[in-house]
Design a binder for this molecule. Structure first.
Ligand SMILES: Nc1ncnc2c1ncn2[C@@H]1O[C@H](COP(=O)(O)OP(=O)(O)OP(=O)(O)O)[C@@H](O)[C@H]1O
Ligand SMILES: [Mg+2]
Length: 360
C-alpha cells in the first residue's frame, strides 16, 4: 500500500493553534476570502493554499521555546499557514454535493481546511489530501449542524482535485470528448477553441472540473460506487477521500489511500465481487446515458472489499456523442482484460451489448 507523504506533525499543531500574524481575516471576512472570480483563473486556484510545509520543524521548536504561555496567548479560532476557512458555505448551494449529506461530512462554518500533502500530480490535475475540521476552541453554538445529524461531523478527510490551466499543448482528452458536450457560453466556446490564450486554458480547466463534479454528483445520486462529491469551486473539485487512517510505527495516525485496482491480486471471491460492483457501476452510468470514457484499473480504487470508480471528467454522452459506442467498447475491453488476466471468465462484448441496451 502506498503511503502519502507524511503530513508534518507540526502542521497539525498549527491547525490547533493558528497563527499570530495581523494579516489574518476578521471573523466578518470569512468565509468569502477564499473565493475568487473569473479574473483569478489565470493564477493559481483562488482557494489554493500557500502551504509552506518546509519550516514545520522550525515552528515546532518555536513552540518548544515558548511553551505553555505561548499556547494560552494564541487565538486558535483563526486559520494559520497551510489553512483556510472551510469553503463549504462560500460556494452556492448548487456547487455543493447532493443530498442526503453523508454523516461524516463537516459542514460547520467554524471548520478549517488544512492541506496535508499531495496525493498525486497529473498532467491535467493534481490531487491533494485535505483535512476539514473544527478547531478546538471554536464556539459550539456558532453554527449548529442540521438536526438530522447530516454534516455534523467535526473532522473529515477530503481529496482536492485541482485542474491546471496548462501552459503547453492541449489536453490529451481532446475533441473526441467534447463532441456533443454543450458549453454554457459562446465566449467560453470560442475560448476553448483558442487554446493558445490563457483565458482559453483557464476555461478548459474550469469546464473539466465542472464536468467531473456533475458526473460524480449524478453517478453518486444514482447509486454508482464513486467518491461523494463534496463541492466545486472554480477549478477545484472536493470529494470523499477513499482510504483509511492507520497508525504508523510511532503510533501516529496516517492517511493511507486505497490502492488502484491495477496492483491488486484479489482472491477468487473478491475478484468476482469486484466484477459485480464494477459492472453495476457501469450500468448505473449507462442508465444515466454516460460512458466513463477512461475506465481502466488505474481509475478504479480497491478500498478493502469495496471498489470505487474515480476520474470522471471525460464522461461521454452516449446519445449525443458520435464516438460514444467506440469509447464504451474500449472501456469494456480494458476492464475485462484486467479481470480475465486475473482468471475471471468475462466477455467484453456481452458487457458492451448489455450496457448499450440499458442506455437506450
Ligand atoms: N477520492 C480519492 N480518494 C483517494 N485517492 C484518490 C481519490 N481521487 C484520486 N485519488 C488518487 O489520485 C490519483 C489521481 O486521481 P485521478 O485519476 O482522478 O486524476 P488524474 O489527474 O486523471 O490522474 P491520472 O492522469 O493519473 O489518471 C488516483 O489514481 C488515486 O491514486
Ligand atoms: Mg486517473
Amino acid at each position: 500500500m502506498s503511503r502519502f507523504p507524511e503530513a508534518p506533525k507540526s502542521l497539525l499543531i498549527r491547525a490547533a493553534r493558528g497563527d499570530r500574524s495581523d494579516t489574518r481575516p476578521t471573523a466578518a471576512e470569512r468565509p468569502r476570502r477564499a473565493r475568487g472570480g473569473r479574473e483569478d483563473l489565470e493564477g493559481p486556484h483562488p482557494s489554493t493554499f500557500e502551504a509552506d510545509l518546509s519550516d514545520a520543524d522550525e515552528y515546532g521548536s518555536l513552540d518548544d521555546r515558548l511553551g505553555d504561555a505561548y499556547d494560552a496567548a494564541i487565538d486558535s479560532t483563526q486559520p494559520g499557514p497551510g489553512q483556510r476557512w472551510s469553503t463549504w458555505r462560500s460556494v452556492a448551494k448548487g456547487q455543493r454535493g447532493p443530498e442526503p449529506l453523508p454523516e461524516w461530512l463537516v459542514t460547520r462554518d467554524a471548520a478549517f481546511d488544512t492541506e496535508l500533502g499531495i496525493l498525486k500530480t497529473g498532467k491535467e490535475a493534481d490531487a491533494f489530501l485535505l483535512e476539514r475540521a473544527v478547531p478546538p476552541g471554536a464556539d459550539p453554538a456558532s453554527d449548529d449542524p442540521a438536526s438530522d445529524g447530516a454534516g455534523a461531523a467535526e473532522r473529515c478527510l477530503l481529496v482536492a482535485k485541482r485542474y491546471r490551466s496548462l501552459d503547453h499543448g492541449q489536453f490529451h482528452r481532446g475533441t473526441e470528448y467534447n463532441e456533443g458536450r454543450r458549453t454554457r457560453r459562446t465566449r467560453d466556446q470560442r475560448a476553448m477553441e483558442d487554446r493558445k490564450s490563457a483565458w482559453g486554458r483557464a476555461v478548459s480547466a474550469t469546464q473539466w472540473a465542472d464536468a467531473e463534479f456533475i458526473a460524480l454528483r449524478d453517478a453518486w445520486s444514482a447509486g454508482a460506487p464513486v467518491p461523494y462529491p463534496v463541492q466545486i469551486d472554480g477549478t477545484e473539485v472536493l470529494m470523499e477521500f477513499i482510504g483509511t487512517e492507520e497508525p504508523d510505527e510511532s503510533g501516529d495516525m496516517q492517511a493511507v489511500a486505497a490502492p488502484r485496482l491495477t496492483r491488486e491480486r484479489p482472491s477468487d471471491d473478491l475478484l468476482e465481487s469486484y466484477w459485480e460492483q464494477l459492472t453495476h457501476g457501469m450500468s448505473v452510468l449507462a442508465r444515466l446515458g454516460f460512458a466513463h470514457g477512461d475506465l481502466s484499473p488505474y481509475n478504479i480504487l480497491a478500498d478493502g472489499e469495496r471498489l470505487v470508480i474515480i476520474d470522471l471528467p471525460q464522461v461521454v454522452d452516449l446519445a449525443a456523442n458520435p464516438f460514444a459506442s467506440e469509447v464504451l467498447l474500449r472501456d469494456c475491453r480494458t476492464v475485462s482484460a484486467w479481470f480475465a488476466a486475473r482468471g475471471l471468465d468475462v466477455d467484453p462484448d456481452a458487457l458492451f451489448a448489455d450496457l448499450l441496451a440499458q442506455a437506450f
